[in-house]
Design a binder for this molecule. Structure first.
Ligand code: AMP
Ligand code: ZN
Length: 126
């Protein structure tokens, strides 16, 4: 799987041992897990940008949004977002963000959806 958006070292390797989010999925790296199903996990962002800041990530390693080959994965992720928002009491009052590529702010090359809530959120975003 090649990542065309950012220079992604993970695209060059067959294992994802160096990916922090794969490590969280595999319980090799601690995280504040708040949701898990067959397809994805959700955990608290280590540097929260809002009172609620959760990352929803697929269990499979996909480097970025452009690399999603199965569109059903988006449905699984969005279903998890909805469940987590409800679980955290922020249904109807949250923002989701997917940074795709370094220039858009992606720093971890494992697809993730940011779920932000609990404060006023400006538009347009920075
Ligand atoms: P992005 O900049 O869109 O790639 O988002 C990556 C996010 O992952 C940032 O908000 C980081 O604070 C967060 N992050 C990085 N490492 C960890 C980790 N080990 N546990 C939880 N969140 C993390
Ligand atoms: Zn990964």
């Amino acid at each position: 799987m090649a990542c065309s958006v950012i220079k992604c070292p993970l695209c060059e390797v067959t294992t994802m041992e160096s990916c922090p989010f794969c490590a969280i999925v595999n319980k090799q790296l601690p995280a504040e897990l708040i949701y898990e199903d067959e397809y994805c996990v959700a955990f608290k962002d280590i540097r929260p940008q809002a009172p609620v800041h959760v990352l929803v990530v697929p269990k499979v390693h996909v480097a970025c949004a452009d690399d999603v080959s199965d569109p059903q994965l988006w449905g699984r992720l969005m279903s998890a977002v909805k469940t987590v928002a409800s679980q955290l009491g922020v249904a109807g009052a949250y923002r989701i963000v997917v940074n795709c590529g370094e220039s858009a702010g992606q720093t971890v090359p494992h697809l993730h959806i940011h779920l932000l809530a609990g404060r006023g959120l400006q538009w347009p975003p920075g």
